[in-house]
Design a protein. Structure first.
Length: 334
């Protein structure tokens, strides 16, 4: 029994040593390849080669045979993952979407897509008292006003937010002559963050709150344009605390000593005041839309939009930056 206690550790050490030697030494050397003979007429000596002739390339390749197999396996797996990787979800119609279960939608990306419209008919008449429901806005590009060598201009940004930036289930009233849509309810805001060309992050609240959009005419048809203004609430609410625990109605009133705030007279005091005095900023945005598809049978409309709005101000501490979004929209007249 005493001897068996040392048998297992000894066997483990021998196994680890043998395994490590496989990677250090490589695979067992293969015999040197012989010069092929034609019909058995020539031997190695007759071909003019010495008896101790060896192929150095063959020996080198055999010592790296284990690495070659691993690299080949890695390349094969890379190709497999490239083929089997999840592709962006293709948009489907509202009718098709309504037939999917939660498990079918979960993780597919469809929840962040606006439904498409299958063109049918030429126009959808609008009468007073109707409603526009299931309105959806899906941005396809995000641009921000940025200081460049040519001055301020809109530059392309990199989206940092996951697929939660689409506005959906928005509804409101419709009036005719001119067609007027007044937004009342729905998921009408989405906190979004983009990365600017200098590497800094710019948060903003993508929204169409209290949108009033108007367009000349009494029916939706391809080419119909309409638009209006909406309110842009503050990106953060009064309960938010900054890194120094300052807030609008919670936290510290200030995070610097009183003598320091008064030491230099007026210089720098405005910036300190804005960082300390948190406010709930309200901005204004504008949107323009154009209908390019209608389904008269189902009362569906679809098209493109361009929206412009201010960004986050860090509750009054920073000046707002103008954001520009372009994308597609969907709605149903009921």
């Amino acid at each position: 029994m005493a001897g068996s206690k040392f048998l297992a550790p000894a066997a483990a050490v021998i196994a680890v040593g043998a395994l490590s030697s496989c990677f250090l030494v490589g695979a067992p050397p293969q015999p040197a390849p012989q010069t092929p003979s034609v019909g058995g007429a020539f031997t190695q000596a007759e071909a003019g080669l010495p008896f101790d002739f060896e192929e150095p390339v063959a020996a080198e390749s055999s010592s790296w045979s284990w690495a070659t197999s691993l690299l080949s396996f890695g390349a094969a797996m890379g190709v497999a993952f490239g083929i089997l990787a999840a592709q962006p979800a293709h948009a489907i119609t509202a009718e098709q979407f309504s037939q999917l279960t939660y498990q079918q939608v979960k993780g597919s990306g469809l929840a962040n897509r606006c439904p498409t419209v299958e063109s049918s008919g030429t126009e959808i008449p609008v009468t007073n008292g109707q409603k526009l429901v299931n309105v959806c806005f899906e941005p396809k590009s995000f641009a921000a006003e940025f200081e460049t060598s040519k001055g301020k201009e809109f530059v392309t940004t990199k989206l940092m937010t996951r697929q939660t930036y689409t506005l959906a289930f928005i509804e409101g009233t419709l009036d005719a002559n001119p067609i007027t849509f007044k937004e009342q309810d729905g998921m009408d805001f989405a906190a979004t963050t983009v990365c600017l060309p200098d590497g800094s992050y710019q948060p903003f609240l993508f929204t169409v709150k209290e949108l009033v959009a108007k367009g000349e005419g009494s029916s939706f048809k391809p080419g119909f344009t309409w638009g209006g203004e909406f309110n842009v609430p503050s990106y953060r609410t009064g309960g938010f605390l900054d890194p120094k625990a300052r807030g609008m109605y919670l936290g510290y009133d200030q995070a610097v000593a009183l003598p320091a705030m008064q030491a230099d007279g007026q210089t720098g005091q405005d910036e300190l005041f804005r960082e300390t005095n948190k406010v709930f900023d309200l901005g204004k945005g504008a949107i323009e839309m154009e209908v390019n598809k209608v389904n008269a049978e189902l009362g569906e409309i679809g098209g493109v939009f361009v929206s412009k709005q201010p960004s986050d101000t860090d509750m009054g501490a920073k000046p707002p930056r103008t954001m520009l979004m372009k994308g597609i929209f969907y709605g149903k007249v009921v």
